[in-house]
Write a protein that binds this ligand. Structure first.
Ligand code: ADP
Length: 235
């Protein structure tokens, strides 16, 4: 298993933002992580990527423990955070250069050029981040996430704010990456889940209310649309 989560919990004050969730995912899976605003999606992603510590429970990424083996976890995971924070004043290649240094990537320029090609940043690679459209900034975020060729990708709303053409491009890229990696992506767009995900987890008020393949979830719910399933499980 490349992701294995057992009773993972995060408590803020008196609120259980994530309440004893357990799930797993293996390579070649694109897992849609769905839930209403405030359900605990970002908090889960931040724990898996070692940005915040869990209150209790356990998780491993590529076999490494998120609390005791954080360096190994970070080496094996790529993370596109919500709102994709980037330094606006840096040039695309400079920005990727910093990420490459953090990961101590050998043959840095070659890998940066390769990833620029992969995410379709070729024509924009000489611009500053602040000069890029939202779609291209998202590509820079994805490029940073995959630069060290991690086995697991955690993408927090990777297509939010993109226009329909950009959506198609980024989804294609995610599907391509998901062929041999494990991808967890959060989204509010049900069509996106139908277009790219094979498995679905629905989280509501910090708890998992569905964890299945997309096909089985639909069958179990009497062939309802994903949107109707989502509404009935999270109301
Ligand atoms: P989602 O990503 O599903 O929209 P979040 O994981 O961001 O949800 O938030 C889950 C819950 O935890 C929300 O009620 C949110 O207000 C709360 N929360 C998130 N971060 C913090 C924090 N740093 N301090 C206190 N509460 C927080």
């Amino acid at each position: 298993m490349s992701i294995s989560v057992t009773n993972l919990t995060k408590v803020y004050g008196s609120q259980k933002a994530v309440d004893a969730i357990s799930f797993s995912a293996e390579p070649g899976t694109i897992l849609g992580f769905l839930g209403p605003n405030g359900a605990g999606k970002s908090t889960t992603m931040k724990m898996l990527t070692c940005f915040i510590p869990q209150t209790s429970g356990e998780a491993t990424v590529s076999g490494f423990n998120i609390s005791s083996q954080t360096l190994e976890v970070r080496r094996n995971i790529g993370y596109l955070p919500e709102n994709n924070p980037l330094y606006q004043d840096l040039y695309v290649k400079e920005s990727l250069g910093f990420t490459a240094d953090v990961h101590k990537i050998d043959n840095k320029q070659r890998r940066i050029n390769e990833v620029i090609g992969l995410v379709g940043l070729g024509n924009e690679q000489h611009k500053k981040i602040g000069q890029l459209s939202k779609g291209y900034r998202q590509r820079v975020g994805l490029a940073q996430a995959i630069l060290h060729d991690p086995k697991v990708l955690i993408l927090d709303e990777p297509t939010s704010g993109l226009d329909p053409n950009q959506l198609i491009d980024i989804r294609k890229l995610i599907q391509e990456l998901g062929k041999d990696k494990t991808v967890v992506l959060s989204t509010h767009i049900m069509q996106e889940v139908e277009a790219v995900c094979n498995n679905v987890i629905i989280i509501n008020k910090g708890r998992i209310v569905a964890d299945d393949s997309l096909q089985q979830l639909r069958e179990k719910q009497g062939g309802k649309s994903l949107e109707d399933i989502f509404i009935s499980l999270t109301n």
